[in-house]
Design a protein around this ligand. Structure first.
Ligand code: LLP
Length: 384
């Protein structure tokens, strides 16, 4: 980080290292090249800042969108419409019409009623929608329950018991073209074993359909590759090699099938930090609080998922004592959950010191809110 750039920053503010983003993308594209059938779509929901989208678009990735806003942001950033996929359990008619008018690559359909609506809207517009059916594969991703998506109790996807019916339905419709099956079991997966189970489930399904003479053009395995929140400096770039090798080794495919990946966090998380300054140090009989100017409105992950983000002092000040003290790092929002972390060991802090809350490039700025009528955090893009 460039300390002069930081000193003048008005906090709270997101800091993005464009250079790390580019290096991450390079590692990703190199690892994905293990198989010519692999195509990666960036999950725009992780971070839709236009500069970031533009860098990602430049490397030739497609875009995975979940709303009208995301489709428009992707198109504005230069993603070609035929590399845009559209997922989500609750697509509105307006959003479906938008996707149809752009003739996007694929609608990832999450229910049979949605399939009927897509068919009817496509018919009215005199077009044919490319669709993939999202399957709920009933696989535990072993991640936080709020970001687990592939279990029968989750609202996502079509239950396996109804898949034959959904496939028949899609085949009987004149204005949808069934191109593939889509899966996504959860986010921040650190045990790759769950992906092996996913591959096995996919192989069983593709074999089942091959027996009926059906071969899907696209197998979309979703996203979810996790990152190292504990030690971002040791692991700034996720292990894409093992990830893509796993699918290469375990998925049984024909030469003409494509495999789509929808990665969000693994691409953008490590290039972003939330910068914040200490407002007050408050010592009570039981606690030492560092009250900072960023709050859960700027980065909600710790409050919502009890997520851990490494917090460090941006040390441009030699007065800071070398002895470590324990702090609870808390924000100014009127909620007891507005805590970034507890018992964090840091050099002695004082008013005005700057902290970096690391690994915040994914699901950070994009999830910011204006609760308490706060202004949204801005951003600095370094090394552009
Ligand atoms: N594809 C689908 C269908 C998804 O639902 C998601 C994420 C992704 C791809 C991208 O997953 P990723 O590669 O980023 O893990 N706000 C939460 C994460 C929510 C993820 C929602 N779906 C967090 O801050 O941890």
């Amino acid at each position: 980080m460039d300390n002069d750039l930081l000193k003048s920053a008005s906090t709270p503010i997101y800091y993005y290292d464009a250079d790390l983003l580019r290096r991450t993308l390079e590692a990703l594209t190199t690892a994905a090249a293990i198989d010519h059938r692999f195509k990666v779509h960036y999950a725009v929901k992780a971070n839709a800042r236009p500069e970031i989208l533009s860098i990602i678009q430049n490397t030739g990735l497609g875009a995975d969108c979940v709303s009208e806003g995301e489709i428009k942001a992707a198109v504005n950033a230069g993603f070609p419409a035929d590399r845009i996929v559209f997922a989500g359990v609750g697509k509105t008619d307006k959003e479906i019409r938008l996707g149809l008018s752009y003739d996007i690559e694929c609608f990832n359909v999450e229910s049979m009623p949605e399939l009927e609506v897509i068919n009817s809207l496509a018919s009215k517009l005199g077009t044919v929608a490319n669709v993939a059916l999202r399957v709920n594969p009933e696989i535990d991703a072993h991640t936080h329950r709020y970001i687990t998506t592939g279990l029968s109790e989750n609202k996502f996807g079509i239950p396996m018991s109804q898949l034959d019916q959904a496939v028949d339905m899609a085949h009987s419709m004149s204005n949808v073209k069934l191109r593939g099956l889509h899966f996504h079991i959860g986010s921040q997966l650190t045990q790759l074993d769950s992906y092996i189970l996913l591959c096995e489930r996919i192989n069983d399904l593709t074999e089942h359909y091959l027996k009926q003479g059906i071969e899907f053009e696209i197998i979309n395995v979703g996203g979810g590759l996790g990152i190292d929140y504990n030690d971002p400096d040791a692991n700034p770039i996720p292990d894409f090699k093992s990830y893509f090798e796993l699918f290469h080794k375990n998925l049984k495919l024909s030469q003409s099938q494509e495999v789509h990946f929808e990665l969000g966090r693994a691409i953008v998380a490590q290039c972003g930090s939330l910068l914040t300054r200490i407002l007050y140090i408050k010592e009570t009989p039981t606690k030492r609080f560092a009250i900072v100017d960023a709050g859960m409105t700027d980065l909600i992950r710790p409050a919502l998922y009890q997520a851990h983000h490494k917090i460090e002092l941006i040390d441009d000040n030699t007065e800071n004592n070398c002895t470590l003290l324990k702090y609870d790092i808390v924000g100014p929002i009127c909620e007891s959950s507005d805590v970034f972390d507890t018992d964090v060991e840091l050099p002695q802090l004082k008013r005005g010191d700057m902290l970096a809350i690391r690994s915040a490039g994914a699901y950070g700025e994009i999830m910011a809110s204006q609760y308490n009528l706060r202004r949204l955090p801005g951003a600095i893009l370094d090394n552009q």
